[in-house]
Structure formats: C-alpha cells, structure tokens
Design a protein around this ligand. Structure first.
Ligand code: 13P
Length: 260
C-alpha cells in the first residue's frame, strides 16, 4: 500500500493522532542539529505530530530549519510566568521563538533537580497559560515496580497535575509514561507491560472525564528504537513515543516515525 494511503487508513481507524517526539537531552551541538534537520525528511506530513526537543539554546536555530510538518519545543521551563528567577526560561519565551511544546517532569529532572509532583504541576499550568502544549512525564523506579507500587506512583504524579489544572488541562498536552528502569538502559518495557500501564492511566482518566480519557495522548518512552517501536505502537493505548538516544540520528528517528 502506498505510504500516503496507509497514513489515511491509520488516521481513519485511530481517533488519536500519533505523537512522536525527540528528546535530545544534553547531547549534540549546533552542527549536529543542523545535520539532523538537513537529513530528516520533513517535506510531507509524516502521519504523526513530530516534535523535536533540542537543548533550549538551539530552539531558535532548529525552529528555523524545520518545515510546517515538524514542531519544536524545549525540555523544561520555569514554573513562574516571569520574574527574578535567574537561569529560568518562561513558557511565553518559548512561544516567542516559535516553540509549541515543552516537556515537564522528566524523571532526570525529578531525580537530578529534586522536582516534586507539585512543582511539575505548576510548570504544566504555566505552559498551558502561555499556550504551549506540555508533555508531562510519569513513571516508576524499578524498586517501586518490584514493590507493586508502579501504578500508585504514576497516578500520584498525574493527580498533582489534575488537581491544579483540572482534567481538561491535561487535554492541552500529553502524557509520557517513561519507566525509570527503561530509560537509557536498553531495557524496554515489553509491549504488554507498557500497554497495561497506558490502559491503567486511561482508565484513571475515565474516572474524571470520559471524553478527555479518549482524547489525551499517552506516549511511551524508555529505550524506544526502530526495532521495538512497531510492537509498542500496535498497543491500543500507546499513542506514540518520547525517544531519547535513538532520536539523535535522523535516520533512526525517521525509522521510529515510520513504525507507526
Ligand atoms: P532513551 O530513549 O535514551 O531510553 O530515553 C528515553 C527518554 O528519557 C526520553 O525522554
């Protein structure tokens, strides 16, 4: 089947459009970003919302190198709308430069910077207030999973956002389920493990609002690569991916996108 027909078919059977995002973390350089933008084919609608999250200082450059079919954002924002917060970047500034998305609550920030559920929720709220689309990351550690606490951890992380922004606030962005034990380890959650958590998250949302639950995209992150992406995307409740290591090269990121 021609690629275009296949995209139309995907969109007809799925009510949620795939969201595939590249989180470059603190990797790369301006030269790498340029090389990526040159070699990643962005001349057609890829059948998914494709978003690049370069380090913040490269946002403007990367924005200038992307086509209408690729969106950009940064990996974190300050919780305040503006003010005396040295080193922080306000959501409105991301908007100013043509950014449309932001990641909040990535586990590396929760761990390295001690970000609490409440702080992450405030960042989510600031992003929505500025008209950005936040992706809130949630996920449990291996110890928490082994103790049977995975869903409790994830639901507390999400409830903090719902408490502050309401469940309809969630609909402005997306949720990324990223189990800590699968990030950068090469140890991906199996499609069943990920699918079960995604279904449990959606079920949690049903308790708040049936429509939001059906519309919010829940994407998976943690060692996603061109080989495992297809099986993950075949899960009903997995609506895309937040890709780390495999997003640093245009060819492997393109292969993940193609796996939809
Ligand atoms: P890896 O794909 O390198 O495991 O990183 C996942 C991640 O943290 C994306 O935000």
């Amino acid at each position: 089947m021609a690629r275009r027909d296949r995209q139309v078919e995907i969109e007809e059977v799925r009510m949620r459009r795939f969201l595939i995002a590249a989180n470059w973390k603190m990797y790369g350089s301006l030269a790498m970003a340029h090389e990526f933008a040159e070699s990643f084919d962005q001349s057609v609608d890829l059948g998914a919302d494709v978003v690049l999250f370069p380090p913040a200082v490269y946002l403007s450059a990367v924005q200038g190198w992307t086509s209408e079919f690729v969106q950009v954002g940064i990996q974190d924002i300050g919780a305040a709308l503006q003010g005396a917060h040295t080193g922080e970047i306000a959501a409105s500034m991301v908007k100013d430069l043509g950014g449309s998305w932001v990641i909040v609550g990535h586990s590396e920030r929760r761990t390295d910077q001690g970000e609490s559920n409440e702080l992450v929720a405030r960042k989510f709220a600031s992003a929505v207030a500025a008209g950005l689309r936040p992706i809130v990351c949630v996920g449990e550690s291996l110890e928490q999973r082994n103790a049977g606490d995975a869903f409790a951890v994830v639901s507390n992380q999400l409830k903090a956002v719902i408490d502050l922004c309401g469940v309809t606030g969630l609909q402005q962005g997306a949720i990324a389920y990223e189990p800590l034990w699968a990030i950068g380890t090469g140890l991906t959650a199996t499609p069943d493990q990920a699918g079960q958590m995604h279904a449990a998250i959606r079920n949690l949302l049903v308790g708040f609002d049936q429509d939001v639950a059906q519309l919010v995209r829940i994407i998976y992150g943690g060692s996603v690569n061109p080989e495992n992406a297809g099986l993950l995307f075949a899960q009903e409740d997995i609506d895309g991916a937040l890709v780390g290591g495999a997003s640093l090269k245009a060819s492997s990121f393109a292969a993940v996108v193609a796996a939809i």
